[in-house]
Design a protein around this ligand. Structure first.
Ligand code: CA
Length: 428
């Protein structure tokens, strides 16, 4: 499906909107005035209430809207590509300039600023991968300067099972966790608030149709099992992580909260921004055959600009704009999202509609492209200077991290993801 590049919307704020022009149409779950959560579509500065407009839909598009009932998108994700595309096509008609839906504006549109956004699905399982190769190298170098990547990295999409119960939508406070840490030079741990709190810039991947336990999703079919994308901040307590992670990986250093942007940017909206998976450097192994598909290699990568911004309490008091910590891109993924799906299910593990994957931190190779403070400060050795005169090695209470994403391509309308925000609050 080509993008209707030139079509304008009767929702005036959508035309040229940074994140949500007519060409995006992400789905989400919102509530208004304390009411029950319900499904909507972001259009400019507004939200289209899908159920208020339900009599405008028929056939597969109607089935899709019905599946978004109840304030969770799992059943909609489960329907897969056909109904999702039908819904998108009908929404493009309904929200385009000249549509009679405009006469019902007061009934079907809400100002986004009046709405509260929710996690859009019941997330039964959350898996965080580690496929940002520049991040893996940057972090690996801190520990093993001569041999930053472990021998499995270029064969296996590395991941671990994260905690689904503490995933929150953008805006939720980030309570500084407490835990065990091993102070430098000591042999016995101490207990207390995390002193090395960090963020991780990641892409979130929403699983659409799942698989039966015991079956695998073939690499050639894997793209059809993805419903959409969001931004994901994998908040990380580096001091807790350093002490607990061997031999089984991160545990309490990650499970206190994960923040996501609440809008599900669909596979279809991202179609113009797909590109070839970047060629592997000479000497790297080819993926094993269960991870290799010609079509996926030719068009399975995503070209999404990813940004991290910081404001501190002092910066907000001085009305200073948010400070950009990093500008990176999802092309730094060593594996495609289809490869993640194929790998996750290859042993017969059941994926379910509404499962969430994190990509792993998507850093670039250079300063200004690092997706965590761990990398920017080289493990807390170098301070980041802020426009307020403050410095940071790790996050302090009152600091707010904002993730943003933007897709641009000549000849197409740019789209964005909306924001993924979180403010650090003191340990309890
Ligand atoms: Ca992570």
């Amino acid at each position: 499906m080509t993008q209707p590049t030139l079509t304008r919307s009767w929702v005036a704020s959508a035309n040229g909107h940074t994140d949500f022009p007519l060409q995006n149409l992400p789905l989400g779950v919102f509530s208004i005035n304390g009411g029950a959560p319900r499904s909507g579509v972001a259009i400019g500065d507004s939200i289209l209430d899908l159920h208020a407009a339900i009599d405008e839909f028929s056939g597969d598009a109607r089935r899709a809207v019905e599946a978004t009932a109840g304030g969770q998108l799992n059943a909609f994700f489960e329907l897969g590509r056909g109904p999702r595309v039908a819904l998108r096509e009908r929404l493009l008609e309904l929200l385009a300039e000249g549509s009679p839906l405009q006469t019902r504006e007061a009934q079907v549109l809400h100002r986004a600023a009046d709405c509260r956004m929710h996690v859009p699905a019941q997330i039964n399982d959350y898996t965080d991968f580690y496929v940002g190769i520049e991040h893996a190298q940057n972090v690996g170098k801190l520990f093993r300067p001569d041999n930053p990547l472990l021998p499995n990295y270029k064969y296996v999409p590395i991941g671990y099972h994260g905690r689904a119960s503490t995933i929150r939508a953008s805006g939720a406070d980030v309570r500084r966790p407490k835990g065990q840490t091993l102070p430098a030079g000591q042999t016995e741990p101490t207990f207390g608030p995390c002193a090395r709190l960090d963020y991780e810039l990641e892409l979130g991947i929403w699983i659409g149709q799942g698989n039966e336990m015991g079956d695998s999703i073939a690499i050639g079919d894997a793209a059809d099992h993805i419903a959409g994308f969001c931004l994901l901040n994998d908040w990380s307590a580096r001091d807790i992580q350093a002490w607990e992670y061997q031999p089984l990986g991160p545990f309490l250093s990650k499970s206190f909260i994960t923040t996501i942007s609440p809008w599900v940017v669909t596979v279809e909206a991202l179609e113009p921004f797909r590109t070839a998976q970047p060629a592997r450097p000479e000497g790297d192994p080819q993926p094993l055959s269960y991870l290799l598909d010609k079509r996926d290699q030719a068009a399975g990568a995503l070209d999404i600009e990813l940004e991290v911004l910081l404001t501190t309490a002092a910066m907000r008091e001085q009305n200073l704009p948010a400070f950009r910590l990093a500008l990176s891109n999802s092309l730094h993924m060593y594996w495609t999202v289809a490869q993640l799906v194929a790998h996750h299910s290859v042993n017969g593990c059941q994926l379910q509609a509404g499962d969430l994957f994190g990509s792993g931190t998507l850093s670039g190779p250079q300063a200004g492209q690092f997706g965590s403070l761990l990398e920017m400060t080289e493990g807390g050795k170098k301070a980041v200077e802020l426009p307020s005169g403050e410095v940071r090695k790790f996050l302090e209470d009152g600091d707010e991290i904002i993730l943003r994403a933007r897709c641009r391509r000549e000849g197409f309308a740019s789209i964005g993801f909306g924001e993924c925000r979180g403010t650090v609050v003191a340990a309890r």
